[in-house]
Ligand binder design. Structure first.
Ligand SMILES: [Zn+2]
Length: 253
């Protein structure tokens, strides 16, 4: 009689074990994308072992989606931007921006350019596009101009925000990364990063966004540089490198 009960208890335990394993596998095999994934029994065993030793789940890394970088060549069409003789800011920044986009493509970083020809775009339209595309970073490229012909060099304008970030990359760190890299690699006078809370392209941005003022068209030295294809190529390579460093910082603390 006792042997009979023992046998029933054994069979019951056996069935229970099989069922519990089956449900564990089912739970592990179903991912949040709604797709059914099959795990190898070895992987499932490893996961069960990890679970049984009270494994602490690591802190979630913020998901930023595809790390799309929006490049925005300033001005265009009826708005030439800064002018000096036949040199127009809208042409210079379009040339640099297209080069930046090409380099980023070669680095496998997804990009979108707000204009790839000489057309007019409203400021809000530019940043709205980046917001709608859920871009990770936004860089608007410009040249500066002042009545003082001695003013020269590069500066990065950013929106002062304590909270705006893509993953681990904050707005301010993005500005510092770009400006520091350009100052070092271009060997050009740098004004550092400058807070600009009122610029439309920065104010409405849902992601870290910058206005990069690359040289003064009103300064003879900067003008010579900007008119040279060699400098524009070098500058665009540096901007792309700085963006690549920034993109890496999005997912690494
Ligand atoms: Zn401009």
């Amino acid at each position: 009689m006792i042997r009979k009960y023992l046998f029933i208890a054994f069979v019951f335990t056996f069935i229970l074990t099989i069922f519990s394993n089956f449900f564990t596998l089912e739970t592990l095999g179903s991912f949040s994308d709604g797709q059914s994934h099959s795990l190898s029994s070895k992987t499932a065993q490893t996961i069960r072992n990890v679970k049984s030793t009270n494994y602490k789940v690591p802190e979630a890394v913020p998901f930023v989606g595809p790390k799309l970088v929006v490049i925005d060549p300033g001005h265009g069409g009826k708005d030439p931007g800064a002018l000096f003789g036949s040199l127009q800011e809208k042409d210079i920044v379009l040339d640099i921006s297209l080069r930046v986009q090409n380099t980023l493509k070669a680095l496998n970083i997804p990009t979108y350019i707000t204009r790839s020809d000489d057309r007019f775009l409203e400021l809000k339209e530019r940043i709205n596009t980046a917001n709608q595309m859920n871009a990770a970073l936004f860089v608007s490229i410009h040249n500066n101009s002042m009545t003082n012909p001695f003013a020269s060099g590069i500066m990065t304008l950013y929106y002062p925000s304590e909270t705006l970030a893509s993953g681990f990359l904050t707005e301010k760190e993005f500005a510092l990364t770009i400006q520091n890299h350009l100052e070092k690699s271009l060997n050009i006078f740098g004004h550092g990063i400058i807070e600009r809370p009122n610029l439309a392209v920065l104010r409405y941005a849902k992601m870290p966004s910058l206005v990069l003022e690359l040289g003064f068209l009103s300064n003879s030295n900067d003008r010579l540089l900007l008119a040279s294809e060699e400098f524009r190529e070098k500058a665009s390579k540096s901007i792309a490198e700085a963006i690549q460093i920034s993109v890496m910082k999005i997912s690494v603390e």
